[in-house]
Design a protein around this ligand. Structure first.
Ligand SMILES: Cc1ncc(COP(=O)(O)O)c(C=O)c1O
Length: 396
């Protein structure tokens, strides 16, 4: 039985009537740039994110760029970010003219190794840009302590983590800015590109709003050189239809993750990681002696929203072999991310490009994400688990 990596129709088409009427409402309103649909969506998002201000923007990428611009980051500045993340995190830093400084990652939670970050702070460092990868928080106490020691703002890339928490605090609302993506594969998946920038700081919010529309206030009076980073009202109206179901989507993903972990940890060769508090140390694993696959762990103090369920497949070439097997069986899977950013061609000019980041490099060889979308049913999960199990037993 084929199992897709993601099935957007399973989530969207049951809302077809409501989506059509949202579309018709916007069509008839004749307002296609900003206006009440965007304002209403922003206030709902601010509530969901537990932040005072939410600014609807054209993508998660543009939200990062806007945050950097609002903090006046530019040429001569350095911004610390993980190497093991989606390109946009560092791409936006480079687009401001600043230098991304790549930091290694934790093998247990896949997030920023804060100790490595602390070694890389210099006089030129102007911000920290941690990512909450795959739906789980980076070690925010350590990030915020490092930022406070050096007086640095923090931009949380929570593109994959809307509604996830760190010690009860909503991700994105802890630093100076938080960024969410509404890309269709995200937990709150839109109907095209979209994003949201959140902050608790009114001055920063005002500046970001101005920068979103060419840095002008009022119109045609430009205080800053901004851009066109606006969220469309049509997009806002359509995604607003999904918002009341967001908690249900999250619960579906959390259940799927729990089911995978329960089933996979019984398979010989799979080690379940003990959820522990340790970050940036390999947490103790049960039965690791002959482990070929390590399961992702949700730390006890985090609310994980499982944008991805990411396995680590150990052994040279084994991740690619498992991927090939799943593809052959028509089971969707993806490598997030095959090349760490410090190894990307476009960043070869950076002084840090040649420096090894052993954990980021290792993760890019071992990680494989399997289907986790909320509508996945038990038979589909069994199919995935069965295929992984067969692969491991044949390899013995
Ligand atoms: C970690 C991370 N940062 C930033 C982005 C950029 O978001 P968008 O695709 O909405 O521009 C993404 C989306 O893929 C992401 O996963």
């Amino acid at each position: 039985m084929p199992v897709p990596l993601l099935d957007v129709n399973a989530q969207n088409l049951i809302l077809e009537d409501e989506l059509k009427s949202a579309f018709e409402r916007v069509l008839r309103s004749g307002q296609f740039i900003l206006g009440p649909e965007v304002v209403s969506f922003e206030s709902k998002l601010a509530e969901l994110a537990a932040a005072r201000h939410a600014i609807g923007v054209s993508s998660g990428t543009d939200a990062i760029l806007l945050a950097l611009m609002a903090l006046d980051i530019g040429p001569g500045d350095e911004v610390l970010c993980p190497s093991f993340t989606f390109f946009a995190t560092a791409g936006c830093i480079a687009r401001t003219g600043a230098t991304p400084v790549f930091v290694d990652s934790c093998l247990s939670c896949f997030n920023l190794d804060v100790e490595d970050a602390s070694r890389k702070v210099t006089q030129r460092t102007k911000a920290l840009l941690p990512v909450h990868l795959f739906g789980q928080a980076a070690d925010m106490d350590a990030v915020m302590a490092l930022a406070a020691r050096h007086g640095l703002p923090v931009i949380e890339d929570a593109a994959q983590s809307l509604g996830a928490c760190y010690r009860g605090r909503s991700l994105g609302s802890i630093g100076s800015f938080g960024v969410y993506s509404l890309f269709p594969s995200k937990n709150l998946g839109g109907f095209g590109d979209g994003g949201v920038l959140v902050t608790n700081d009114e001055t920063l919010a005002d500046k970001a709003r101005m920068l979103r529309a060419h840095g002008a206030k009022p119109k045609y009076f430009h205080k800053y050189v901004g851009g066109n980073f606006r969220l469309d009202p049509l997009q806002a109206a359509l995604i607003a239809v999904k918002l009341p179901h967001y908690e249900e989507y999250t619960q579906g993903r959390r259940k799927n993750a729990a089911d995978y972990t329960a089933k996979l940890q019984k398979v010989r060769g799979v080690a379940a990681a003990d959820p522990g508090d340790s970050c940036c140390v390999e947490a103790p694993k049960r039965g690791t002696s002959d482990a070929q696959i390590l399961l992702p762990e949700a730390y006890g103090h985090n609310r994980h929203i499982w944008n991805q369920y990411t396995l680590r497949v150990l052994g040279k070439g084994r991740r690619d072999a498992l991927k090939a097997r799943l593809v052959e069986k028509k089971i969707g899977c993806e490598v997030y991310y095959p090349v760490p950013l410090h190894k990307q061609e476009c960043f070869a000019y950076l002084p840090s490009a040649g420096q090894p980041l052993p954990r980021a490099e290792r993760l890019s060889l071992e990680c494989l994400s399997i289907p986790i979308y909320p509508e996945l049913n038990d038979r589909q999960k069994d199919e995935v688990v069965g295929a992984i199990s067969d692969f491991l037993q044949e390899g013995r």
